[in-house]
Design a protein around this ligand. Structure first.
Ligand SMILES: *Cc1c(COP(=O)(O)O)cnc(C)c1O
Length: 359
């Protein structure tokens, strides 16, 4: 069997969730959208069932997958609903929804509910993607609050640059959020922090935090924070050396000859490529771990294979284990070597079987 695989450590996931929840000091919505950032939404939600205060997904399809798997905890639709016909499903499956546009407010006003609803009303505090503008927010709030079946409303917003620790955008967005909150009833629950804000901007921790990336054990903070040091990598992407060859100096390796040997070089061929989700344009020098030791990628990544430098690893050879990211090598560091983000690499995992440990 092809030796490439992704191992998902559910103990690490639970550890990271507990860390996030403790930092937040209130309730924590475990964000498991996009198949739990490539880790498997059902398996991750089951591992957190019983302790997660709720789950965040992008859309109703993702929510129904969790409900069908027996997840009974609250589930919030982070992107809201896409048409009025979804409201019956939201009602039947007891979901919470974000409301972020005037047409959604109108759709809810036309809805006849038969159970209490929880609605998260989203403010555009400066990201300028989803959310009601500050001018429209209070009116939308009052209209939804007037619906007798809307039992609880949470004020929410989302940051665009919380991983940039010296940037003024996050305090600016927070001030806009707080100004909107000031017009709402004093006991209104609030939620604005994603992983980066939760770890790096303590003022953003409110009734609910919404950690995503940090649950999977990594971050993109642009300066060190002790809050991030406690995270444990959840996914290990690994494979094995399936061929070894000795090249003289001056020989090209792989497609397009992007790497030319500068010394007699022992090359290991690893069974993992961009069709597995490894970044195609990771540059030569991108770190890997060879039997636990630090090593380097050389040459262009192919669809099914990549090449590593074994010259300084005389003990390594056929069958050596190669970690492409995981506890020994941060997926964020690998991502940075190809102009990618850890979000993209984790959600881009394909073809490799996922194995779960710590279930
Ligand atoms: C994805 C998402 C999150 C989680 O973001 P991370 O940066 O992964 O922590 C939080 N809130 C909303 C609205 C999201 O869409």
């Amino acid at each position: 069997m092809r030796p490439s695989r992704a191992t998902i450590d559910l103990d690490a996931l639970r550890h990271n969730y507990r860390h996030a929840r403790a930092l937040g000091g209130g309730r924590a919505l475990a964000v498991v959208k996009a198949d739990a950032y490539g880790h498997g939404a059902v398996a991750c939600a089951r591992a957190l069932a019983g302790e997660a205060d709720g789950f965040g997904v992008a859309c109703i399809e993702e929510a129904l997958e969790l409900r069908e798997a027996g997840i009974r905890a609250p589930i919030l639709l982070l992107e809201g609903f896409f048409d009025g016909e979804e409201l019956a499903l939201i009602e039947r499956h007891d979901l919470w929804t974000v409301v972020a546009s005037p047409w959604q407010v109108e759709a809810l006003e036309r809805h006849r509910a038969s159970r209490p609803w929880q609605v998260w009303l989203k403010l555009d505090s400066g990201m300028h993607r989803l959310g009601l503008s500050p001018d429209d927010y209070l009116d939308a709030w009052r209209r939804l609050a007037a619906l007798p079946w809307v039992e609880r409303m949470v004020a929410m917003s989302h940051f665009s640059r919380a991983d940039e620790l010296a940037h003024a955008s996050t305090p600016g967005q927070l001030a806009t959020f707080d100004a909107a909150l000031a017009a709402l009833p004093a006991d209104t629950p609030a939620s604005i922090a994603n992983s980066a804000a939760l770890m790096a901007w303590p003022d953003t921790r409110r009734d609910w935090v919404r950690p995503g990336l940090m649950l999977y054990g990594t971050h993109m903070l642009d300066a060190p924070r002790k809050e991030a040091d406690a995270l444990r990598a959840v996914m290990t992407l690994e494979s094995k050396v399936i061929a070894v060859r000795e090249l003289a100096a001056g020989e090209p390796i792989g497609y397009a000859g992007t790497f030319i040997t500068t010394r007699p070089t022992r090359v290991g061929v690893v069974a993992a490529g961009y069709a597995d989700g490894y970044p195609q344009y990771a540059t030569s020098g991108t770190p890997v771990r060879i039997d636990g030791q630090p090593g380097e990628l050389i040459g262009r990544v192919s669809m099914d294979m990549l090449t590593i430098d074994l010259t300084d690893h005389p003990q390594a050879g056929l069958g050596s284990r190669v970690e492409l990211w995981g506890p020994g090598l941060s997926v964020s560091e690998v991502a940075a070597r190809s102009g990618n983000s850890p979000y993209r690499l984790l959600t881009g995992l394909k073809r490799v079987p996922r194995r779960y440990v710590g279930g």
